[in-house]
Design a protein around this ligand. Structure first.
Ligand SMILES: N[C@@H](CCC(=O)N[C@@H](CS)C(=O)NCC(=O)O)C(=O)O
Length: 202
C-alpha cells in the first residue's frame, strides 16, 4: 500500500495516526496538490489528498473511506465500533472534526487571496463554523478523557488533527484559551507517540 499525502494536511495526518495506532505499515509518497503536476491527480479525479493506493491498483479516497477501510484491515486497536448507534456516534465525531478542518481550510485559502478579492462574508461564515464546531466539541466532551466511550476512537483522532492544524495555520484562533477542558483533552491526546510522530513541520 502507498499513501499519497502531505505532512501538513489534517486529513492525511488522521490517516497516518490511524495507521500508527493500528501498526499498519505503508509507504508514504509526498504530494503537493498545489503544484503543476500533483501525483494525486493520477489516482483521485478530485485531485485531493490523502489517497490510499492498494496493492491491486485500486485507489481509495477520501480520508473517511480510508480510515474505515484501515480499521477493518486488522483488529489491532479498533477505532470504530462494529455497528449501529455506537458506530454512528464515533463517525459523527469524525464528521465534526473534519468539518472544523474544512471550514478552517476554506478560511485560510480565502485569506491567501489578494486583499481586494477576499470576501468578508465568506471569511465570517467559515470563522463561525470553526468557532461553533469547536464550542460543540468542547461542550459534548465535557471533562471526559475521550470523545466516545473509555478508549481512543477515530473521533478523537479526527478532532485532534483539526485542532492541531488550526494551531499550525491559524494560530490567532486561540481555542485552548477559550476552552480549557478541550485543551486538557488535547494535551493528553497529543502526547501519544502516534501524534508526536506526525506533527506538522514547524
Ligand atoms: N474530505 C476530504 C478532504 C481532502 C482535502 O480537501 N485535502 C486537501 C489538502 S488538506 C486538498 O487536497 N486540497 C486540494 C484541493 O482542494 O484542490 C478528505 O477527508 O480526504
Amino acid at each position: 500500500m502507498k499513501l499519497i499525502a502531505s505532512y501538513t494536511s489534517p486529513y492525511a495526518r488522521k490517516v497516518r495516526i490511524v495507521m500508527a495506532e493500528k501498526r499498519i505499515e505503508c509507504e508514504f509518497v509526498e504530494d503537493n496538490v498545489w503544484s503543476a503536476e500533483p501525483k494525486s491527480a493520477l489516482y483521485n479525479p478530485l485531485t485531493k489528498i490523502p489517497v490510499l493506493l492498494l496493492d491491486d491498483g485500486i485507489s481509495l479516497y477520501d480520508s473517511r473511506v480510508i480510515t474505515e477501510f484501515l480499521d477493518g484491515v486488522t483488529p489491532v486497536s479498533r477505532l470504530i465500533p462494529e455497528g449501529g448507534r455506537e458506530r454512528a456516534l464515533v463517525k459523527r465525531w469524525e464528521a465534526l472534526g473534519d468539518g472544523i478542518a474544512d471550514a478552517g481550510i476554506a478560511l485560510f485559502l480565502e485569506r491567501k487571496r489578494p486583499a481586494a478579492e477576499q470576501s468578508k462574508d465568506w471569511i465570517q461564515r467559515q470563522t463561525g463554523k470553526v468557532e461553533s464546531g469547536i464550542a460543540a466539541a468542547a461542550r459534548e466532551l465535557g471533562d471526559r478523557k475521550f470523545c466516545h466511550g473509555e478508549n481512543l476512537t477515530l473521533g478523537d483522532i479526527a478532532l485532534a488533527c483539526s485542532l492541531g492544524w488550526l494551531e499550525f495555520r491559524l494560530p490567532e484562533m486561540t481555542w485552548r484559551l477559550n476552552h480549557p477542558g478541550l485543551a486538557a483533552w488535547m494535551e493528553r491526546i497529543e502526547s501519544r507517540p502516534s501524534f508526536m510522530d506526525t506533527k506538522p513541520p514547524a
